[in-house]
Design a protein around this ligand. Sequence first.
Ligand SMILES: NC(=O)c1ccc[n+]([C@@H]2O[C@H](COP(=O)([O-])OP(=O)(O)OC[C@H]3O[C@@H](n4cnc5c(N)ncnc54)[C@H](O)[C@@H]3O)[C@@H](O)[C@H]2O)c1
Length: 264
Amino acid sequence: MSQHDAYKGKRVVVTGAASGIGQQTTEFLLAAGAKVIALDRNAPALKVDQYISIDFTKPESITAAVKEIDGEIDVLLNIAGVPGTVDPDVVMRVNVLGLRMLTELLINRIRLGGSITHVASIAGAQWAANLDEVKRLLETPDYESGVDWVKDHPMDGKRAYDFSKECVVVMAKQQGQWLRERGIRVNTVSPGPVQTPILKDFRESVGPLLDLVTRETGRDATATDIARVILFLSDPTLEWLNATDVQVDGGFMSGLVGGWVKLN
Ligand SMILES: NC(=O)c1ccc[n+]([C@@H]2O[C@H](COP(=O)([O-])OP(=O)(O)OC[C@H]3O[C@@H](n4cnc5c(N)ncnc54)[C@H](O)[C@@H]3O)[C@@H](O)[C@H]2O)c1
């Protein structure tokens, strides 16, 4: 018996399945007997049940991808994302606007008892301090109006990444109403630094603070550390864990409060 048995036979959509955290999550799901529908701009190396090419920077690509998914699904895992080293417009398209559009297009196809987990980041931990700005972006009704909002509120890549993850955390809190309305839970997982191909980009855009996280916690996360929590949170047998953000960072953020992590 494996710890992911609850996924046996479940239809799970995984974005970002071709690399890093998404790939590891997909590997666990396949081993548990889930039917994985992988959405990524790159084809996954793993033998998934269906691969659909998608580019989250293009809304028409998201619409087309959803049309290729047959029938109902049980779980949606929004893992695809880009770091703050890419164009801020692309960061917002992939990390927020595309994620939101896909989720909204699929919500009516998620079975009762299903779940959605978005991957955010501890980079989004300041969401409460920036709540007004976050809410204004999230009030945009669709992808294109979100793009226009971003154009009118220029940010550098580092801020765009942090802001994108603040938006994802707050979005899940808003979507938490879906449990009452539709019987579907929504949560976020916020990793600290993870050993994946984009970690070097994070080191470049975040700078010494990221090294501090690694030093104070003793190591970077592995993709396995994060995938296990994603699958725990999204487990179709869980019922009451909803609209919450789980920081998977070796305790770094809490250590700042607890006093055992020092900023210098
Ligand atoms: N690695 C870290 O240190 C870290 C820390 C905190 C949060 N995260 C978040 O974890 C998630 C997964 O990141 P990862 O570390 O596994 O990175 P990764 O680069 O290994 O995987 C990201 C995946 O997203 C896909 N993707 C990127 N842009 C896309 C687009 N326009 N359309 C379709 N697919 C696209 C990529 O092809 C790739 O398969 C991201 O949301 C990232 O922001 C990562």
